[in-house]
Design a protein around this ligand. Sequence first.
Ligand SMILES: Nc1ncnc2c1ncn2[C@@H]1O[C@H](COP(=O)(O)OP(=O)(O)OP(=O)(O)O)[C@@H](O)[C@H]1O
Ligand SMILES: [Mg+2]
Length: 489
Amino acid sequence: MPTLRSATANSPPAATPSPAAASTPRSVKRRLTPGRAGETPGASRHTSPHRSPHAGAGTVCSPKLLSASPKSSRKRLYGDLVAAEKPKWNPRDPAQIRAVKEALHVATVPSCELVCRDHEQRRVFEFCKGCVEQEKAGSLYICGCPGTGKTLSVNKVKESLMSWADEMGMETPDSLAINCTNLSNTSEIFSKILGQFQNRKKGSNKLSPLQQLQNMFSNKESAPRRMMLVIVDEMDYLITRDRAVLHDLFMLTTFPYSRCILIGIANAIDLADRFLPKLESLNCKPLVVTFRAYSKDQISDIIKHRLKVLEYDVFEPLALEFCARKVAAATGDMRKALGVCRSAVEVLEARLQDSDQELGIVTFDHMDIALSKAFKSAVVDSILCLPQHQQMVLCALANTFQHCKKKATTLGELNKSYIGICRSTQVPAVGMLEFSNMCMVLSDQGFMKLGQSKEDKLRRVTLQIDISDIGFAFKGNRFFQKCLEQPRC
Ligand SMILES: Nc1ncnc2c1ncn2[C@@H]1O[C@H](COP(=O)(O)OP(=O)(O)OP(=O)(O)O)[C@@H](O)[C@H]1O
Ligand SMILES: [Mg+2]
């Protein structure tokens, strides 16, 4: 990961809370030799992503080192090992439990460099760095399954980019992060981008925000001087709803005086096949960086790395390995792995409440219970991974078959039930053609069965999964609870 520690080479990484917080003082900056200006920050002292941030601290000796030592030194090392032994974890101490859960919480951003995403972050960083150096607009598309560290990595790259530009004495780019799920409509993305640029220049109100941006980037006089890093997260929302918006967005980087460094992040792996030919013909094919699902070893490394902030061992190594193996085999989703580990800690907590055992550690058995809870049903997991409208179709199906006690319905009837749900939840419904396509996708995935008929609306629909899995998947989710309260018989 291109973290900026070239000017602070001797300070321990653990003492660097975040690149932003650890910005290098100007006096240190001036000492940089001119030859470093073109280097990737930290390249000269790049460390492997698997290297511990505490490596070299020497508190614990590896077993390999012990067995390789002659007897006398082995004794000495063993003595050191005993002396440096970690304090025992006390799961009855609320402060310690809190610290463990925080370390495993998805919202906790690791303070030092990220492990296991070094290569991907480097590619994103090099792309942004090239744009800033050449003052040239450009676009990049990041895709990968949920929980593979896309958002986290891009945020870290952003911090590094700002620190690097600052350290090189360059003008740091402005930045704007947009999460598309928060947009009230897809074209709102252009007003957000325009709003950020308009801090300096006011556009004509008669034109749409997109047109104003296009004008702004077409003329030298109106073009903004400063580069802007625009991070568009959850871009799937733009892809499914309106492809024109997606094309217009990427096209913004092709205008002669554009200043946009556009990074789009989405789950859709097949965007490359579906949209890149079109973007290529529009001369705005983005660079694509794919985040692959985490492997067992990566999941294990990440968890261990996150737990390094604690002074004590919380998990039996076998328990962690078990979790990593299971999650990697299922989805490779880091969020899931962290959730399972937290849940295993809760299993231990619950066990301790029923016993007078003093201390404890999360064992294989605790993890086994947490894993079986998390992977109770692969169907539930698949439901939770579906796009929102397909989930709403499943609710419509559940309502039809549960409340109305029907065994089969038609696509037309199901559409009515879906529209009823959309109305009550104030979500704009998709048209019949798109609805029918969604049902075909759900049928291909084995959630429902679609019969044949000349007329689409008359196609017979039956449910292919256990109805209780739908209820279970949406348990505790207020929005979907409302969807499931819509009987339409
Ligand atoms: N390399 C990593 N090191 C430490 N934690 C990680 C790493 N990768 C992922 N995580 C953890 O997993 C969580 C999910 O990561 P992130 O939000 O970046 O995934 P994502 O790929 O953007 O997922 P989605 O597609 O659902 O938005 C993060 O909040 C973080 O806690
Ligand atoms: Mg994300």
